[in-house]
Design a protein around this ligand. Structure first.
Ligand SMILES: [Zn+2]
Length: 337
């Protein structure tokens, strides 16, 4: 309800004008805004994939990027590393554009826009997925529930049903429940559901290594995102660090020079995991909302601004205003799951 009210206000021309005025007053250096995108596509384009991960349609994405190109300073990972390691402050209105999970719609709908506008970007890759016939567990669950709309069918697959629940609600509930299990158990449960549902083999929705290597050659920065995309508070801290480091090594074996940067899958972490990563990584990105002041922030707990296609453009811009960092205290740096 609060979100709906905020979105309603953010759609008004007055709100947009106010944000534009405040943007013009931005002078403070060394603040980092990190935008998080997942998929860029029309939500109906891939009915076999969870549409909640479509961060923006291609036209929304183009609008966001055109605004950044004109009114912000899109920075590279090297600039952020310099700011952290050598106290070289970032310019005012710095923004890092990031993508998680390496879905292949990036190639068709995001990269051409980024390239045309000359904007640098980072892709965090779960390295067990490129060039493999495997899908993310959430897409499998989404497809099972979407294709099995009869309640008795869901019960046969071991999925509890709630009277009157819509498939989208069932999916959200089941996904939420699955995230509470240890990662191995979650995968076993999804595999069992998939076999019982007789789901056909599907192409991987993730870019191949050849594509990723080609994009890296053209200027896309790659970053580690574990191998199998576990929530890092649903595996042991040793496994979490091993997964993160192995994904970095794998990326570096394909693309020499990949920087030691990491994004926590699903935003899940623990203090123990963060400390375990410290000797291997220079930067790590949470899903905790807000802006990071690089003079003060822990470089292994940087904040991000998640982009959703339901969020009005003016509200995304408002979240990037320097003054918003004062709200960070209200959005604590806690594991997201
Ligand atoms: Zn991810």
């Amino acid at each position: 309800m609060i979100n709906q009210s905020i979105r309603f206000v953010a759609r008004s021309p007055m709100f947009s004008k106010l944000v534009t005025l405040l943007e013009k007053l931005e002078r403070r250096p060394n603040l980092l805004r990190v935008l998080t995108y997942h998929r860029i596509d029309d939500p109906d384009a891939r009915p076999d994939l969870d549409p909640n991960l479509v961060s923006a349609t291609p036209s929304q994405f183009a609008c966001h990027m055109e605004h950044l190109a004109q009114h912000a300073c899109a920075v590279t990972v090297d600039q952020v590393l310099n700011a952290v390691q050598h106290q070289t402050p970032l310019p005012p209105r710095s923004v890092l554009i990031t993508f998680d999970d390496a879905y292949n719609d990036f190639l068709e709908h995001a990269w051409p826009t980024l390239k045309q506008l000359g904007l640098p970007a980072v892709m965090f890759v779960p390295t067990a997925f490129p060039s493999q016939p495997r899908r993310f567990w959430w897409d499998t669950v989404y497809q099972i529930i979407r294709e099995c709309d009869a309640p008795h069918g869901l019960a046969e697959l071991g999925i509890a049903t709630v009277k009157g629940e819509l498939p989208a609600q069932t999916y959200r509930r089941v996904a939420r429940e699955l995230k509470t299990f240890p990662h191995d158990e979650l995968l076993m449960r999804v595999e069992a559901m998939s076999q019982r549902a007789g789901l056909p083999e599907q192409d991987s929705p993730v870019m191949t290594w050849d594509t990723l290597k080609d994009l890296a050659k053209q200027g896309l920065t790659l970053g580690a995102h574990t191998q199998s995309h576990p929530l890092l508070n649903r595996v042991s801290a040793i496994t979490a660090v091993d997964e993160a480091v192995a994904s970095l090594r794998e990326l570096q074996s394909h693309v020499p020079g990949v920087p030691p940067i990491f994004a926590y899958p699903g935003g899940a972490f623990s203090d123990e995991v963060v400390e375990g990563l410290r000797e291997h990584f220079e930067l790590a990105f949470t899903t905790c909302r807000g802006i990071s002041d690089l003079g003060r922030a822990d470089p292994l707990r940087l904040r991000r601004i998640n982009i959703s296609r339901q969020t009005p453009g003016a509200l995304i811009r408002a979240q990037m205003l320097a003054g918003v960092r004062h709200f960070n205290r209200r959005w604590p740096l806690e594991s997201a799951v």
